[in-house]
Design a protein around this ligand. Structure first.
Ligand code: B16
Ligand code: MG
Length: 219
């Protein structure tokens, strides 16, 4: 039986992916690494330090920095990112999300957030959505990033529901993998061709339908 929804943040609830992109791009340019939107796709759902590693690899510079220097680079990117997301308001909630959250609550189901972002609390507050969530997983306590299922399993544990009673909603390939490995029902947002492993795919957040997800889950 369907009992809970567990949401990703970036790319599902709001489009912070664009701000992550701009902040990484500025850092990459400083390092003389060319960074495109296409490469940015590979960073979705990936932690800050792992994202930095990937960018350094794209530029063939992964050997050039000490651990300390890498931390400084990641901090610099984050400061820029935080500056960019300061402008976020409830008008940045992606279409269809407020209705979906309302429909879930109306059906008396639980809602949790499973975001890899250390800025998730700040973003939810800026969107004025924090009250809609029963639990927000503290990512600093999570050892393994997506595609590992840990963050989704933690959310189910906090909600005290069995993973098999949960729907996970994601926009990243690593995220969908994490949901499936957690033994949950995976709803993906994005192009159908990217998400063979998902149980249900919606091209946009606007198309998300509580009724349809519930019916398909119960089939
Ligand atoms: P931060 P999600 C993820 O959030 C983003 O998709 C990913 O691009 C980002 O690097 C990661 O959070 C860490 O974010 O630097 O703010 O801690 O999609 O899991 O909500
Ligand atoms: Mg995401």
């Amino acid at each position: 039986k369907l009992k809970a929804f567990i949401f990703d943040l970036d790319g599902v609830i709001t489009d912070t992916a664009e701000y992550h992109f701009l902040a990484w791009k500025a850092l990459a340019e400083d390092l003389n690494i060319s960074f495109t939107r296409e490469l940015n796709e590979e960073l979705k759902g990936i932690s800050r330090m792992d994202s930095l590693e990937k960018i350094l690899q794209f530029g063939g510079k992964e050997q050039e920095f000490s651990e300390q220097e890498k931390l400084e680079l990641a901090t610099k990117k984050n400061e820029h990112y935080v500056e960019l997301i300061n402008k976020i308001t409830p008008s940045d909630i992606l279409p269809g999300i407020e209705k979906l959250l309302r429909d879930i609550k109306q059906a008396n189901l639980e809602i949790a957030l499973a975001s890899a972002s250390k800025n998730a609390n700040m973003v939810l507050e800026a969107l004025k959505l924090k009250d809609q969530f029963d639990y927000i997983v503290d990512v600093t306590k999570i050892k393994k990033g997506k595609p590992d299922p840990e963050i989704f399993l933690k959310a189910a544990e906090l909600l005290k529901v069995d993973p098999s009673s949960c729907v996970g909603v994601e926009d990243a390939i690593a995220g969908v993998e994490a949901i499936k490995s957690a033994g949950m029902y995976a709803v993906a947002v994005g192009p159908k061709s990217s998400f063979q492993k998902a149980d249900l795919v919606y091209e946009t957040t606007e198309a998300l339908s509580f009724k349809e997800i519930k019916e398909r889950f119960e089939e």
